[in-house]
Structures are given as structure tokens and as C-alpha cells.
Design a protein around this ligand. Structure first.
Ligand code: PHE
Length: 447
């Protein structure tokens, strides 16, 4: 593999760009609403700190030491049974499957940016009407905006690590951070801010069902981009002598701060205008637009900024979801970057259309199995099966398979007294936590 190195700041922005995504601004607030606020947020924060942090370092380490595409990295680093460990690497390629629905949602966001320039829906039922019409009848609109997402993402991937991914993140990420920070300051000055604070941070343990618990843990991994090979492939382009402990901390802190800020902004707005926090996936597409309408002209400005920030978050994560496969095709199938990027683009584009058809009233029944649409299956399988499984395998690989000395050589000097704690977490806590959460998420066990 020809390695193009990220600049230091370029890597941090790209990795944070991967982590900060639809998970932070779209999913996190609505699942927090669905599962009742404070207690859910606390479990999520705790998972990020205890398990997320150790697995993030583990995934970065595989990329950094392996310096190859995901599959090659496992082969390179396994001291024995290389041909078997190679299959672990394949699991880290499942990010492209996330794109089947992710790109469609980015399409919705584009559509909402255009709506934000005009008259926003005046009431929740009206907003619901727009959202439902888009899902069930807006075939052309959805395909149009999904196509736009596909073009942007593929164009960035075609340009590669330096000229594409790094540049893209260096522009979009600071812009996104500024928008969210600005909105947070605005929200802080509203009366309902304290209500949003207590909703998000005062735990009501009675609301913490076992499902809520598993979803919070699962989300912590999803939002940090773990288990999909994204962090791993970016780390393969890290300059030698990088401090991956510090980089992990930066990515985790950025991701968490943006999720919390987005949540606070949203809940402040919702409470201020008496809208429901528990609206499910439609939260930012239904409740929020009607709140923006109630704010008048300021609302339009805020709406445009909000959806632009959401689009930026989604796009920077998208490139990291597809890049592992692109790099795999380049390394293993000797494809040119252009050919690899375009093939993978077309791949997720076509399945994205299937996802759209699985929501469309005329075709939904052909693409729905076991009560779940193809769109939902793509989310369900990736978040609940592939991600925890790959995270589990990565933790075991770093904790039990790679030679101890190789791991220590990279990490010990940066970690000091924390090193044995990290090692214990990667060897035992993370695999056990991931295993049980996965079983719970797919409904095999309850706890
Ligand atoms: N972390 C991204 C989000 O929060 C999603 C993602 C998962 C991106 C895995 C890359 C890899 O939306």
C-alpha cells in the first residue's frame, strides 16, 4: 500500500469527522428522548469513558501498526494463523453497509436545507405530513438528494487521503463545530436551557430498562466509529511516531462534546416551544422544523445552519465508512483509486435506492421482511451485529493475539500508570461488555 500520511491536524479532523456524524446530531437526541433522558445519557457517557476509550486505542493501534488495508493489517499483525485472522479483517469492512441508509438520511437532510429557506411547517401535524410524504411518496425527491450525497462522497474518495479526505474534513469540521457552538450559546440564553440540562443529566433510574441500557452501550460504539474499520484505515495513514493515546482522547472528547451540545440545543428548543422530546427518528425532521417556524425569521436562519451542520457531520462520516472498502480494493484487487471509489460509490448508491424503495408506499411490501424494512435492516444488522462483533474481535486481537511487546512499545510511554488498566480493559472488560450487549441487542438475552 502506498501510504499517504495525514498531517497531524488533518488526522485529528478526519478521525473526529468520522466520529461526529448523524449518530451525534440525529440519533443521539432521539434515542435519548425515547429512552427517557438522564439515566440513558449517563450509561452512554460511562461506556464511552470505560470501554469506548480502550477499544478506540485498540482499533487505532491495529491500523497504525498494520499500515495496510483492514484485512492486510490483521494478517500482518497476527503472529500465527494469519489466514484465519484475515477473516476478522473482513468484518471491519461492513461500514459500506451502513451507507445503505446513511446516505439516504443525508439526502433527507439536503431536502430539509432547501425547505429551511422557505416557509417551515407551522405545526407538528403539518411537519409530520411533510416527513411522511417524503418517506412514503417522495420517491423522486429522495432519489434526487440521495444522488447528490453519492456524488459528493464519491468525489471526495476519488481524490484520496491527502487531497480528498483530509482537505474535506479540514474545511467541514471547523465549520460544523462553529455552528454547533453558536447554537449552543443561543440556546443557553433561552429560559428552557436549565430544563434541557436537567432532562439530560439528572438520571431517573426507573426509566433505564435493559433495552435502554444495551442501546446506550451500542450507541457509544457507533458514535465513536468503532468496529467498522474507519478509525483503523485512517490510522494506517498516521505519521510514524504519532501519539495515538492523545489522538484517541481528542476524538472521544470532540465526539462527546458535540453530541451533548447538539442534545442540549435540541431539547432547549423543543422545551421552549412545548414540543415532545420522544418523537423517534422524526425528532429533528418533525418536532424541530415546527419549533423553528415558531421562532420566526431567526428560526429560518437557525434551521439552515442546523441542517447544514447535520449534512457536514453526515458527509465526513460517510467517507470514512466507505474508505476501508476502497483501500481494500486498491490493495488487494489492484484497482486504481478512481475505479475503487466509483465502484464502492455505485454499490452503496444502488442499495440506498433499495432502502428508499423499502419506505415508499408503492414498493415497501417487497422490501420488508420480518416487520423490518430494508432500510431498518441495514441499521439493525450493522449497529447490533457487525459493529459489536468486530469491536469484540478487535479487542481480543489487540489484548490477546498481537505480541505484548509490540503493543507496549507503542503505548506504554504515552500511558504510564494507565497502561495496565487499559490492558485489562481491552483484554477482559471490553470483550465481555460487547458480547453481552450484542446478545441483548439481537434479543437473545435480557438483563
Ligand atoms: N460515528 C458515526 C456517527 O456517529 C457513524 C460511523 C460509524 C462512522 C462507524 C464510521 C464508522 O454517525
Amino acid at each position: 500500500m502506498k501510504i499517504a500520511h495525514f498531517s497531524r491536524w488533518g488526522f485529528l479532523m478526519a478521525a473526529a469527522g468520522s466520529a461526529v456524524g448523524l449518530g451525534n446530531i440525529w440519533k443521539f437526541p432521539y434515542i435519548t428522548g425515547e429512552y427517557g433522558g438522564g439515566a440513558f445519557v449517563l450509561v452512554y457517557l460511562l461506556t464511552v469513558a470505560v470501554v469506548g476509550f480502550s477499544v478506540m486505542i485498540a482499533e487505532m493501534l491495529i491500523g497504525y501498526l498494520g499500515r495496510r488495508d483492514g484485512v492486510g493489517a490483521f494478517e500482518e499483525l497476527a503472529p500465527r494463523h494469519k489466514e484465519r485472522w484475515k477473516y476478522a479483517g473482513f468484518m471491519g469492512l461492513s461500514g459500506t453497509l451502513v451507507m445503505f441508509y446513511y446516505s439516504v438520511v443525508i439526502g433527507w437532510i439536503f431536502y430539509y436545507i432547501t425547505l429551511s429557506f422557505g416557509t417551515l411547517p407551522a405545526s407538528i401535524p403539518e411537519a409530520e405530513g411533510i416527513y411522511n410524504t417524503l418517506m412514503t411518496q417522495g420517491l423522486g425527491t429522495q432519489i434526487f438528494f440521495h444522488t447528490l450525497a453519492f456524488i459528493i462522497i464519491t468525489a471526495v474518495l476519488v481524490r484520496g487521503i491527502k487531497g480528498g479526505i483530509e482537505k474535506f474534513n479540514l474545511i467541514l469540521m471547523p465549520a460544523l463545530m462553529m455552528i454547533i457552538a453558536g447554537m449552543l450559546i443561543y440556546a443557553m440564553n433561552l429560559e428552557s436551557f436549565t430544563k434541557a440540562l436537567s432532562y439530560m443529566f439528572v438520571p431517573d433510574w426507573s426509566k433505564l430498562t435493559s433495552e435502554a441500557f444495551a442501546v446506550a452501550v451500542g450507541h457509544a460504539f457507533f458514535t465513536l466509529s468503532l468496529g467498522m474499520g474507519a478509525i483503523m484505515i485512517y490510522s494506517a495513514s498516521l505519521a510514524k511516531d504519532s501519539n495515538i493515546v492523545r489522538a484517541s482522547l481528542f476524538v472521544i472528547a470532540t465526539d462527546t462534546l458535540i453530541a451533548l451540545a447538539a442534545g442540549l440545543v435540541l431539547f432547549t428548543f423543543l422545551f421552549q416551544y412545548g414540543a415532545e422530546p420522544a418523537k423517534g427518528p422524526g425528532l429533528v425532521f418533525i418536532s424541530l422544523p415546527s419549533v423553528f417556524h415558531a421562532m420566526g425569521l431567526v428560526g429560518n436562519v437557525l434551521a439552515v445552519l442546523f441542517f447544514v451542520a447535520l449534512a457536514f457531520a453526515g458527509l465526513t462520516s460517510s467517507v470514512s465508512l466507505v474508505e476501508p472498502m476502497v483501500q481494500y480494493l486498491i490493495d488487494r484487487w489492484n484497482m486504481s483509486r478512481v475505479k475503487a471509489a466509483v465502484s464502492m460509490g455505485v454499490f452503496f448508491y444502488v442499495f440506498g435506492i433499495v432502502a428508499i424503495l423499502s419506505l415508499y408506499s408503492g414498493t415497501a411490501e417487497y422490501f420488508t421482511w420480518g416487520g423490518k424494512s430494508f432500510f431498518d435492516w441495514s441499521d439493525y444488522m450493522t449497529s447490533n451485529v457487525f459493529l459489536p462483533l468486530a469491536g469484540l474481535v478487535m479487542a481480543i486481537f489487540v489484548g490477546h493475539v498481537i505480541e505484548k511487546e509490540r503493543v507496549a512499545a507503542v503505548l506504554q510511554e504515552h500511558m504510564g500508570w494507565f497502561y495496565p488498566i487499559w490492558r485489562f480493559s481491552v483484554r477482559y472488560i471490553a470483550p465481555v461488555a460487547l458480547f453481552f450487549v450484542m446478545l441483548n441487542l439481537i434479543g437473545v438475552i435480557e438483563f
